[in-house]
Design a protein around this ligand. Structure first.
Ligand SMILES: CC(C)(COP(=O)(O)OP(=O)(O)OC[C@H]1O[C@@H](n2cnc3c(N)ncnc32)[C@H](O)[C@@H]1OP(=O)(O)O)[C@@H](O)C(=O)NCCC(=O)NCCS
Length: 415
């Protein structure tokens, strides 16, 4: 079928054609509506010129643009796959807003799709480039930001190739943030509009701007100040429960030190001296660190500063109170073992670190040794970081992801 042929195929037909079981049954909902929309709006969908234009706009490297071109017949040359790709595309870009709300749950594609499984979502997103351009244009966002933000598609496709030895795309859920106007790449870092998900209270001193964090009420911490159960380790003998109490004149609760440890003894903050600057549910910008090269400190600072100006101008409905991050890079133990000059340490030092619930070493292992690595001891210790990660574990210690905040007042102090 040529991609101009917008013949209607019902869901059961494509399911039989593609040998699907029940894996993609969530797509049944809205199927007829999407396929009707295809008959009116689907003419240019996944044609060679539109694919080429999207690759050109994204300034894609020639090898990847070529791979897109080569892979196109895989999807566009198969009725059932083209209908399926359209349906995903429609859900992401063309459906009613209330349907778009369910985008978070992008289903994993079944093995039975064969090589099309590597490519289907890549084409779905590529075909959405004009929609994102339009969305950003309407917000007054410069096209260079659109290109940078959507550059994550190529980044994750390169990652896929490193991992599996062939081009493909496996981050369909992650990219929903980019195409819905929730995430922007501004230089070195990405920023996502979200709500502060943790039960901590961040206070700011009225006079000197000092920031302190207190725990929420009723949280269980180990003697070392990490959540009880971090790395699967529970503190039977010394775990304690935090409290937080607030009245008109003061708050009283457990301090969290700037290096991410909850402290058992209580502190009082008089409310005529301290303002609550951030608490659970408040709007924040979640910071993500794409693997685009070294984590140059000046570039990170420039990114934070850009975000401070960008979001009020282009996403004013999200009056964020600060930056939030949850990452293996915020593990303060890294600062004890890497030199102060290391980019990771300089990045880490800018954050008020908070313990993360359910923290584990999984992300550290994944990001330092590779996605499918189960035994880091078998991997080459060929960088300083790999050596310290292994050494630490040999001593029976465990790495962990951590959370952190940077409040705007702190940003002024970062050099
Ligand atoms: C974050 C990142 C850019 C830091 O790299 P960087 O700027 O080189 O960091 P540093 O300068 O602190 O590196 C210090 C040492 O650790 C090594 N190192 C840094 N990141 C490493 C990694 N992910 N794997 C292995 N070694 C790493 C460096 O090569 C250097 O070793 P060397 O002295 O032997 O050359 C890099 O780790 C990366 O790209 N990670 C993937 C993205 C990511 O983890 N995002 C966060 C997800 S929540």
């Amino acid at each position: 079928m040529s991609s101009k042929d917008t013949r209607f195929l019902d869901f059961d037909t494509i399911r039989a054609d593609l040998g699907l079981g029940t894996e993609l049954d969530s797509f049944r909902d809205g199927w007829e509506e999407s396929q009707r929309a295809r008959q009116t709006d689907g003419a240019g969908f996944l044609t060679p010129p539109t694919v080429e234009e999207a690759c050109r706009f994204l300034q894609m490297e020639p090898a990847l643009a070529h791979a897109f071109n080569e892979a196109l017949p895989l999807i566009a040359g198969n009725d059932a796959l083209l209908c399926l790709a359209w349906h995903c595309h429609w859900l992401l870009f063309a459906s009613a807003p209330e349907k778009k709300a369910s985008l978070g749950a992008v289903p994993e594609l079944p093995e039975s799709l064969g090589p099309a499984r590597d490519w289907l979502y890549a084409f779905v997103y590529l075909a959405g480039v004009p929609h994102v351009r339009e969305l950003h244009r309407a917000r007054g966002v410069d096209e260079s930001v659109t290109v940078e933000t959507l550059g994550d598609l190529a980044l994750w496709m390169r990652e896929y190739r490193t991992r599996f030895g062939r081009w493909g795309f496996g981050q369909a859920g992650w990219l929903t943030r980019h195409v819905s106007g929730r995430l922007y790449q501004l230089g070195r870092l990405q920023f996502e509009t979200t709500c502060f998900p943790l039960d901590f209270h961040v206070f700011q001193n009225r006079e000197d701007g000092e920031i302190v964090a207190l725990t929420g009420d009723g949280l269980r911490f180990r003697h070392d100040g990490q959540f009880d159960g971090t790395n699967g380790v529970f503190d039977e003998a010394h775990a304690w429960t935090s409290f937080f109490h607030e009245d008109e004149s003061e708050v009283r609760g457990n301090l969290v030190t700037i290096d991410g440890r909850a402290v058992h003894h209580a502190v009082d903050l008089p409310l005529d001296e301290w303002d609550c600057a951030l608490r659970k549910g408040d709007p924040v910008l979640s910071v993500h660190i794409p693997a685009t090269g070294p984590l140059d400190h000046a570039a990170c600072v420039a990114s934070y500063r850009r975000a401070m100006a960008f979001f009020p101008a282009h996403v004013p409905e999200h009056p964020f109170k600060g930056f939030y991050c949850n990452s293996w890079l915020l593990d303060c133990q890294l600062g004890e073992h890497l030199p102060e000059s290391a980019n990771i340490v300089r990045f880490l030092r800018d954050w008020y670190v908070l313990p993360a619930p359910n923290a584990s070493s999984a992300q550290t292992i994944e990001r330092v040794f590779g996605w499918d690595v189960t035994d880091p001891f078998e991997q080459p210790a060929d960088t300083t970081l790999r050596r310290i990660v292994i050494e630490h574990m040999k001593h029976g210690e465990r790495w962990r992801n951590a959370a952190g905040v940077i409040m705007p007042v702190d940003l002024q102090k970062i050099r």
